[in-house]
Design a protein around this ligand. Structure first.
Ligand SMILES: O=C(O)CCC(=O)C(=O)O
Ligand SMILES: [Fe+2]
Length: 203
């Protein structure tokens, strides 16, 4: 499919999402995109894998907390940019309902190779980086339960959830919730995006 002819408009079940955000602080949206878009996005991701950088090196400093590889999404990544446009639409609803003040979205592709993980963390540790909501969209072609690599997340009632990284699944959660990516047994591809209420500080 030519990326120029690709028109993407997703209908979010916004009432359901808002209700889940209100009661648990996170929401899972399955089967988000038409298959042909997901496949085109996979291809965009795979053709750029050689440009991914170790996420464990931030500002030249090494951290042990994560071992995945990332590529920040910029406009030339046209298919990934369409995903960000859809998230921007969703953020308008979140703004209307939660007065969240979201003004922009920052996002990167992530690739976890077998043996890689992201230890327990919050995406907005001291509420300094403006991240209000986090989203992860999984785009590997398939996922089996015994491949591990789950997202483990504590909800606003302190209950823990283990979420499988199923392809074409979007997970939306409050950026201040504790979560981790368990060590994966297979290559795990995703786009992580943050809805922010202030100017970007990459990292
Ligand atoms: O890939 C995931 O399931 C979560 C990734 C994550 O926590 C992050 O990139 O901050
Ligand atoms: Fe995170």
């Amino acid at each position: 499919m030519s990326q120029h002819t690709l028109k993407l408009h997703v209908h979010f079940d916004i009432e359901h999402i808002l209700n889940e955000m209100q009661t648990q602080g996170f929401s899972i949206i399955d089967g988000l995109y038409p298959l042909e878009y997901m496949q085109a996005l996979q291809q965009e991701c795979s053709t750029h894998l050689d440009q991914f950088r170790k996420a464990s090196i931030q500002d030249g400093v090494m951290t042990e907390i994560r071992s995945d590889h990332i590529l920040w999404i910029e406009p030339h990544l046209t298919l990934a940019s369409k995903h960000i446009e859809q998230l921007a639409c969703l953020s308008q609803d979140l703004n209307r309902y939660f007065f969240a003040g979201i003004r922009d979205i920052e996002a990167h592709f992530s690739c976890y190779h077998a043996g890689e993980f992201y230890a327990l963390h919050r995406d907005n540790p001291q509420q300094k980086n403006g991240r209000v909501f986090s989203t992860v969209y999984y785009l590997h072609p398939e996922w089996h339960d015994d491949w591990q690599g789950q997202l483990r997340l504590q909800d606003i009632q302190d209950q823990w959830h283990v979420i499988e990284p199923q392809p074409n699944r979007l997970v939306l959660f409050q950026s201040d919730l504790l979560h981790e990516v368990l060590e994966t047994k297979q290559d795990r591809l995703s786009i992580t995006a943050w809805m922010r209420n202030s100017d970007p500080v990459l990292g």
